[in-house]
Design a protein around this ligand. Structure first.
Ligand code: GDP
Ligand code: GDP
Length: 434
């Protein structure tokens, strides 16, 4: 299960500098909707072999100090609810500010591991100045310089050490489905329709969140595990930050799933936030089914569905080989079809092609359409195999793998998709030296 580390603190202490350092070349997801007041960034990183998702809970806030404070309180509360560990960043240049004290007050009451990181400690003088941060009452701290990385190793050692143990994923061969999407898309309604009981209760009780668990279901003759992260939601706090909760939960659920059922509100369309979640699943090499929900609300003629589908496929290029099912949870329309499709995607994802079969498919194709020569050198692909990985990965062995470019890889992927059903499944094709 994925773990989440949140970086909190007032603006300008260096949170995003540390965040960028942590995720390095990896892509970050920008939570654009909340961009009016701040951007939130999510990205994956690893340290000492432990992978985790790091969240930069907020950069610039526009407004008065009051607005600042309210915003920062909210960030911290979100982090307390959702993260497994919290890095609280302060800035030695400025010393302790009122806002720092306020955040410290919130964090002192938290049961989760909190790491105080005193940033901008660029020299010895500043290291001595850092002592004042004992006054925050959070105990020991780590002195770091996010800009050059000094001290961050010790900090991360401690953070990783405090993360919950990796859960052993049950190897019961059942597909694990995660229902993800934006708030109000109909995820809970869909799950309720699926399992036929009101398990997704909305409650006012503060702080009642549940960790992702797999629950086994047997519906429509299929057995599957539902990756259940929505659990109990908080009503009072949820309104403004629903989006944030939703994305964080999606981050968790996606990583724990085989197939993601991405629920889209047809009345709102396949917008940027939905696309974020889609690419999150794709980057994690998960199976994907797109469920366009609330189809009952859409005024339609014979062309509407096709047009809608076309628009989605344009947005998800080049990974367009993804099933799209139009459903209405309200009318229980095509719910069965949705699950059936998810099961099919799971089967596609676990498809294993024999080496002999794969070579019989690829080698003649490659002979008929060889890769373009590079500076007069011919590239010879000699044989290929599927790797024993949880998602389809293929290795093609050749003399000059460095000269094989993306268009040719894509050509081979498309041919493979034409010949075999890998619908909804990201495929990786690697060229290796032989
Ligand atoms: P955020 O608002 O908390 O995300 O802060 P930023 O990461 O945007 O950093 C705010 C400013 O502090 C930027 O000008 C950074 O270059 C600067 N900064 C960040 N880390 C360090 C550091 O380790 N040393 C110094 N001297 N400046 C830093
Ligand atoms: P979640 O936030 O994604 O879990 O969304 P909910 O399941 O709470 O649904 C949000 C709202 O959309 C609720 O008022 C549902 O009754 C409504 N809703 C869900 N599915 C449908 C549907 O197929 N058609 C219509 N008209 N409304 C729906």
């Amino acid at each position: 299960m994925s773990t989440i580390v949140a970086i909190v603190g007032r603006p300008n202490v260096g949170k995003s500098t540390l965040f960028n350092r942590l995720i390095q070349r990896r892509e970050a997801i920008v939570d654009a909707v909340s961009g009016v007041t701040r951007d939130r960034h999510y990205g994956k990183t690893d340290w000492n072999g432990r992978e985790f998702t790091v969240i930069d809970t907020g950069g610039y806030v526009i407004g008065s100090d009051d607005v600042f404070e309210a915003e920062i309180d909210k960030q911290v509360e979100l982090a307390i609810d959702e993260a497994d560990a919290i890095i609280f960043m302060v800035d030695v240049e400025n010393g302790i500010t009122g806002m720092d004290e306020e955040v410290a007050d919130l964090l002192r009451r938290v049961k989760k591991p909190v790491f105080l990181a005193v940033n901008k400690v660029d020299n010895n003088k500043r290291a001595a100045d850092a002592v004042e941060f004992y006054n925050l009452g959070l105990g020991d701290f780590y002195t770091i310089a996010a800009t050059n990385g000094s001290g961050t190793g010790d900090l991360l050692d401690a953070v990783v050490e405090a993360l919950p143990e990796k859960e052993e994923v049950e190897e019961d061969e059942l597909p694990r489905f995660a229902v993800v999407g934006r708030p109000n898309a109909g995820k809970s309604s869909f799950i309720n329709a699926l399992i036929g009981e009101e398990r997704y209760i909305v409650t006012d009780i503060a702080g009642t969140t549940r960790d992702a668990i797999d629950t086994k279901y047997n519906r429509f003759g299929f057995e599957f595990n539902l990756v259940d992260t929505a659990g109990i939601r908080r009503k009072s706090k949820v309104k403004e930050d629903l989006e944030f909760y939703s994305v964080m939960r999606s981050v968790r659920a996606i990583e724990h799933a085989d197939v993601c059922l991405l629920v889209v509100d047809a009345t709102r369309g396949f917008d940027g936030q939905v696309q974020n979640i889609f690419w999150l699943a794709e980057r994690n090499r998960k199976g994907i089914v797109i469920l366009v929900n609330k189809w009952d609300l859409v005024e339609k003629d014979t062309k509407t569905m096709k047009a809608f589908e076309k628009q989605i496929r344009q947005e998800i290029e080049p990974f367009t080989d993804v099933p799209i099912v139009f459903i209405s949870v309200l009318n229980k329309q095509r719910i069965f079809k949705a699950i059936e499709t998810a099961v099919q995607v799971y089967q596609n994802k676990t498809r294993r092609l024999k080496t002999s079969e794969l070579n019989e498919f690829f080698l003649p194709l490659i002979e008929a359409f060889p890769p373009p020569a590079h500076k007069g050198k011919y590239i010879k692909i000699k044989y290929c195999m599927q790797l024993p990985t949880p998602q389809p990965q293929f290795a093609l062995f050749c003399n000059l793998p460095q000269y094989l470019k993306e268009p040719y890889r894509r050509f081979l992927e498309n041919k493979l998709r034409e010949a075999y059903d890998f619908s909804g499944v990201p495929i990786s094709i690697y060229f290796r030296k032989k």
